[in-house]
Design a protein around this ligand. Sequence first.
Ligand code: SF4
Length: 215
Amino acid sequence: MPEKVSSQTITGSQQPTAFDDERTPMITTSELIEHLYCSRFTYFLNCLKIPQHEELRYKVLKGRELHEKKEKTNVDYIRKRLGCIKKEVAVYLASKELRIRGIVDEVLFLSDGTLAPFDYKLTEYDDFIFRTHRIQSTVYAMLIMENYKKPVKRGFICYARSKNLVKELVYKDEDFNTTRAVIEEIFAIILYGFYPKKTRWPNRCIDCCYRNICV
Ligand code: SF4
């Protein structure tokens, strides 16, 4: 069975980067999310070894607070309306094949025999599930499938700022292909050290910890 750990144990700026353990080069799901936010994060963190000062980053801090709160308050809450019969909370999962590891907020055991990731987001739901959320959920699905050897057909995302609205994702082949491609893209930067383009959204640079060195 997958190892269950506290999210505080390995999340954040203290996480080892891909090359800290040369025997099993891996990225974390946090690094994947940062890459989707801006691919230069991957370059600064993994190629130049410049850590992020996440304690200064408001959004990350608030996100952690939410995770910690959910861990404490919802441990025994089973979402029967989603067909959930059992769940595991804050599950650490890793895959050498995918070269990725991370903590899933909740792994739901559904009445149809499938499993599903359940992920909490601090953001509002905005009529569509953001690409980042979809890819993150898909990578959790892939980690669950590999570690539990059970099918995963759908996942759930809970939007805390939309009154805990829960949205369901049904995974398509395209989701798995896109997620694999993003992981490949990250390792291409790490292995070959090319300098990625800036994010297309300049407002993301405003509170970026790398803004002073990013040209
Ligand atoms: S300053 Fe902008 S382009 Fe540079 S790393 Fe930060 S978000 Fe990306």
